[in-house]
Design a protein around this ligand. Structure first.
Ligand SMILES: Nc1ncnc2c1ncn2[C@@H]1O[C@H](COP(=O)(O)OP(=O)(O)OP(=O)(O)O)[C@@H](O)[C@H]1O
Length: 569
């Protein structure tokens, strides 16, 4: 058996597992035995990809072409394949059922190489080429292999775990110590390429982490801010001078510039350059350096005024982009720089980075610097905050100016603190929740869901734990949009990284990927929910939840955490 057969075996075992520990150990013992290059590819595969997430790889094969490939591989009519597909609901299962091959010798590299060929088939007759490569792959594989090849190609692998399990497995496999997962995650936050990281760990163990640094064109996880409940606390957090910056409510953007090559990444590390060609154009002459990585917030901006978040969201589209450029003009407010002319600035202090940002940015109508005040006095910060609120902003971000005010990729620490209008008015924070289940509707909502089962992230355990059931606040448009969005993520089995109590069992499970922002009135303890539940302690639950909006800019890793809730409760 080639080593791709081993992958298929491991996936099949993992699909039957529910325990976090068991999955991590199974993955680790498999990864450990691989050559470094295969370990790298397997890390991509495990997350259902053939490259780093930020590359947005599209193999260009949907269900229609998938059916054609299966039909030609196993000499069965397309109608038969379609019929089986409607029965089984999964083309991976269809391929596996139709395949009769007992043995194969496919290697991980063979399969990877062919999938890359499918990705790279473009131009005339590209669909025919893609189908032919896929059909040959299916023909040469065993039933189990065919199942997972099909699922990877269609982007539907979903083994029930995410990056965190894989990072733990990598720690165990390549450093023999699961406790190194934190260090590996810190490096992953900088390099964002799970395959490269796995390969390098397989080659050189934990010391390989030192060789990673920022590379222009490869996004870095963004630094986040903690919240405080009274403004007076700022003096304790920042004993000396602090910098208060305007907080813009738009979309976070990290821009990588390497000469003429300019790319913009979202907070989920997706390449959003195509959605904002006007921003890219403005940046062509917007900086004074050849190589730079800058961090900021895109906002809708008209007649020198910042417009509401909802307007910006209309720019989040892949089609008709040109039409919207004029209707919804935008500007970017930059507030940080993390790389400059061959040098990472992650370890530089905030004042030093700010100085470099001011020096290297050319302010125009579209390119701006965040406005700020620097002072040790709360009264000055308070005045600035009042002024911001009057202007219609949502609040301020207060930043440490100390020597060690480094940039912390992917961290929500005390170096940045947010202070918003809602906190000042004593209104509770909203929650960014992961949808993990749907309940069918009754009456008017018959064709749609009636309520959503939502979870928070337990970072320590690497799992999603339920927190509330949201059934109100949806407009008809919200329902349409969410039904379409969730449709793609419905699954039949509860994933291993989701914990649901029997009493909350939804009608369908949802693969953790869609984030909604929810307002609630009170956090209580309830036996029905699993958020932060431990021996003898009931889970946290949110009472009177109300849907506010879908957070397209956030992924499941950015959901509200159990720790944040327990800090509030
Ligand atoms: N001047 C600024 N400095 C840093 N971040 C800013 C600034 N202005 C706006 N922001 C945005 O505020 C976010 C920080 O708030 P937070 O870490 O809580 O993210 P969030 O969960 O999206 O916040 P919220 O839900 O409050 O919008 C940053 O991710 C960034 O997008």
């Amino acid at each position: 058996m080639g080593n791709f057969g081993k992958i298929a075996e491991v996936y099949s075992d993992i699909e039957k597992m529910n325990s976090h520990k068991e999955i991590v150990e199974t993955l680790a013992s498999f990864l450990k035995k691989l050559e470094p290059e295969d370990a790298g590819i397997s890390a991509y595969f495990a997350l259902g990809n053939i490259g780093p997430k930020f590359e947005d790889i599209d193999l260009g094969i949907g269900e229609r072409l998938g059916i054609r490939a299966i039909s030609s591989a196993y000499d069965v009519s397309k109608e038969d394949v379609s019929e089986r597909f409607s029965e089984l609901g999964d083309l991976g299962d269809v391929a596996s059922k139709l395949n009769e091959r007992q043995r194969s010798s496919m290697s991980i590299r063979d399969v990877f190489g062919q999938l890359i060929k499918i990705r790279d088939s473009t131009g005339d007759r590209s669909q025919i080429k893609k189908v032919s490569i896929l059909s040959k792959l299916l023909e040469g594989s065993t039933p189990e292999e065919a199942k997972y090849i099909m699922r990877i190609v269609l982007g539907q692998l979903r083994l029930g775990f995410g990056e965190q399990f894989l990072i733990e497995a990598m720690a165990l496999a390549f450093t023999d110590d699961r406790n190194n997962a934190g260090k590996i995650e810190d490096t992953y936050n900088i390099c964002s390429d799970i395959g490269e990281l796995a390969q390098s760990l397989a080659e050189q163990g934990i010391t390989s982490l030192d060789s990673f640094s920022i590379k222009v064109g490869r996004p870095v996880r963004m630094m986040l801010a903690k919240r405080v409940d009274t403004i007076e606390k700022l003096n304790k957090i920042f004993p000396g001078e602090m910098a208060a910056e305007e907080k813009y409510d738009g979309e976070r953007v990290q821009v990588h510039i390497d000469g003429d090559n300019i790319r913009a990444f979202s907070r989920r590390l997706e390449d959003i350059s195509k959605q904002f060609p006007d921003v890219i154009e403005a940046l062509r002459d917007g900086v004074r350096s050849e190589e730079i990585v800058i961090d900021g917030e895109i906002v809708a901006y008209k007649d020198s005024k910042i417009r509401p978040f909802q307007e910006l969201m209309q720019r989040r589209r892949k089609h008709d982009v040109e039409k919207y450029i004029d209707n919804i003009p935008v500007a970017v407010f930059f507030f940080d720089v993390i790389y400059l002319e061959g040098r990472s600035l992650l370890q530089s202090s905030y004042p030093e980075r700010r100085k470099q940002l001011e020096k290297n940015l050319k302010v125009t109508d579209k390119i701006k610097l965040s406005r700020r005040v620097v002072s040790p006095k709360i009264t000055v910060i308070q005045d600035f905050f009042d002024e911001c609120i009057k202007k219609g902003l949502e609040g301020i971000i207060i930043k440490s100016t100390s020597e060690d005010s480094v940039y912390q990729p992917g961290k929500r620490g005390w170096l940045w603190v947010k202070w918003k209008k809602e906190y000042a008015e004593g209104i509770r924070e909203t929650f960014d929740l992961v949808v993990v289940g749907i309940y069918y509707g009754k009456g008017k909502r018959k064709t749609s869901f009636g309520a959503l089962l939502c979870a928070v992230l337990n970072k320590e355990k690497g799992q999603y734990e339920t927190f509330t059931k949201v059934g109100t606040g949806f407009t008809d448009d919200d329902l349409d949009e969410l039904n379409t969005l969730l449709e793609e993520h419905l699954i039949d089995k509860v994933p291993a990284n989701v914990v649901i109590n029997k009493s909350m069992e939804p009608d369908r499970y949802v693969d953790p990927s869609v984030i909604i922002e929810v307002l609630g009135s009170q956090i209580t303890r309830s036996p029905g929910h699993t958020a932060g539940k431990s021996d003898g302690k009931k889970g946290f639950a949110l009472r009177f939840p109300r849907f506010l909006r879908t957070r397209y800019d956030k992924g499941p890793a950015e959901a509200t955490t159990v720790r944040e809730i327990s800090d509030m409760g």
